[in-house]
Design a protein around this ligand. Structure first.
Ligand code: ZN
Ligand code: ZN
Length: 424
């Protein structure tokens, strides 16, 4: 037990952290272009925030939260997602003073779920939230941001599923129409759906158990029930996406069951991933800020599963090769070379080079082997003669050419060899 991390968690080791850094850099660069500022909220919050912000009756709140009493007997929950925290931070820090507020986050989320491929109990999400703007242009912008990110990573085979879930004005009529449709089919629905029938009939549409049943295709579509405002908004989002050549398809079964979700709902899918093809999902949530205690504030965002994107990139061979090469290995032969070698390696590091050495006093031959293994293109060798003469032997590991230079010129010589190699 001591040497096993808890089920559903994973170490990210130096050999794979490069993929994460690559993805994070792409995200940060893109968010800068789109004008989104990074927010980092606490890993845990008051449980009540998620109960309100995600909603009672959802699987996340009812079955999946990591909730505990802290020593002050407060109920604390590890964040299962970052939207509620972001809205809390928006209100607490009065970010609404200038709107719209465009935020992004990258971080760990926690859900007690059955671990499966690309789904851990501690997992990572990138997401954006735009608060304080009702325009359909912002819905299109966040979709486009996710789209551009995945495209820039080299993922070609993408589709966006798009729907509108209406608003508090037009949804009651749709709920009633759905209930009328499902009433005589209740015995055929799973037990979850039977309990959803009264409080969240929209969620029957995306039930994992019942979603594939034949009669689902005949269920009333919310897009036939939208009020004028919602219909115009939905139309406008589609016009923006069409103009930007985003490959979207309308999916009337894409719903989000809670009242504060409004208008646009979307998912971005990579069809080659099969059953778990959705890598990002989001939409508008004009009712959430008020739910958490603020004024009526329109808002829209999405979250993207980073593990799933990295898995896809790996399968598609789209990850950059790991950068695990040292620039230089400093070889010290004999006790007298120890301090000069340490000074020399420090000079290399201070000049910005990845410099390695042996600390255990191994033989000259063994140190040269280590230099090979580190794939260092240059070895700086300090033997007894070199130390006595304040010189260093600079060995080009590729050509095996070597020359002695004054110790003070070693870093400049290293720089020259490395930049020559770059030019090749
Ligand atoms: Zn409406
Ligand atoms: Zn069901």
């Amino acid at each position: 037990m001591l040497t096993n991390a808890p089920r559903g968690t994973k170490d990210i080791l130096p050999e794979t952290v490069g993929s994460w850094q690559y993805l994070e850099t792409k995200i940060r660069d893109l968010c800068r272009c789109y004008g989104y500022g990074e927010i980092r909220t606490p890993t845990f919050e008051h449980t009540e925030l998620f109960r309100r912000g995600i909603g009672e009756g959802t699987d996340v709140v009812d079955k999946e939260m990591y909730t505990f009493q802290d020593r002050g007997e407060r109920s604390i929950t590890l964040r299962p997602e970052n939207t509620a925290s972001t809205v809390r931070a928006y209100l607490q820090n009065k970010l609404y003073a200038s709107s719209p507020v465009k935020l992004f986050y990258i971080g760990s989320m926690f859900r007690y779920d059955r671990p499966q491929a690309g789904r851990l109990r501690e997992f990572h999400q990138f997401g954006v939230e735009v608060l304080g703007e009702a325009s359909a242009a912002v819905d299109a912008e966040v979709i486009l941001l996710a789209w551009d990110l995945l495209k820039s990573l080299g993922l070609e085979d993408l589709t966006v599923s798009l729907n509108s879930v209406g608003c508090p004005k037009c949804r009651p009529a749709y709920r009633a129409a759905l209930q009328d449709f499902f009433r005589d089919k209740l015995p055929e629905l799973c037990s979850d759906c039977q309990s959803r029938f009264e409080r969240a009939p929209l969620r029957i549409l995306d039930c994992k158990v019942d979603g594939g049943k034949d009669f689902m295709a005949d269920a009333p579509k919310i897009t036939d029930c939208l009020c004028d405002e919602c219909r115009e908004h939905f139309q406008a989002v589609q016009e923006y996406l069409t103009a930007l050549k985003v490959n979207f398809a309308l999916d009337p079964r894409l719903v989000r069951g809670l009242d504060y979700y409004t208008k646009t709902a979307f998912e971005i899918k990579i069809p080659s991933l099969g059953a778990q093809s959705a890598v990002a999902g989001g939409g508008r949530y004009d009712g959430l800020v008020k739910e958490i205690g603020g004024n009526d504030t329109p808002a829209v965002g999405f979250a993207l599963g980073m593990e799933r994107v990295l898995m896809t990139l790996e399968q598609a061979g789209k990850l950059p090769p790991p950068n695990d090469k040292a620039d230089v290995f400093v070889v010290a032969a004999g006790d007298a070379a120890k301090i000069p070698a340490f000074e020399l390696i420090t000079a290399c590091r201070r000049a910005g080079y990845t410099a390695l050495m042996d600390y255990a006093g191994r033989s000259f031959k063994s140190q040269m082997k280590q230099a090979d293994k580190a794939k260092a293109p240059v070895a700086l060798i300090l033997g007894e003669d070199e130390v006595r003469d304040s010189m260093v032997t600079v060995k080009n590991m590729a050509s095996s050419q070597q020359e002695k230079v004054p110790l003070g010129e070693a870093v400049a010589k290293l720089a020259a060899i490395l930049s020559e190699r770059k030019g090749e």
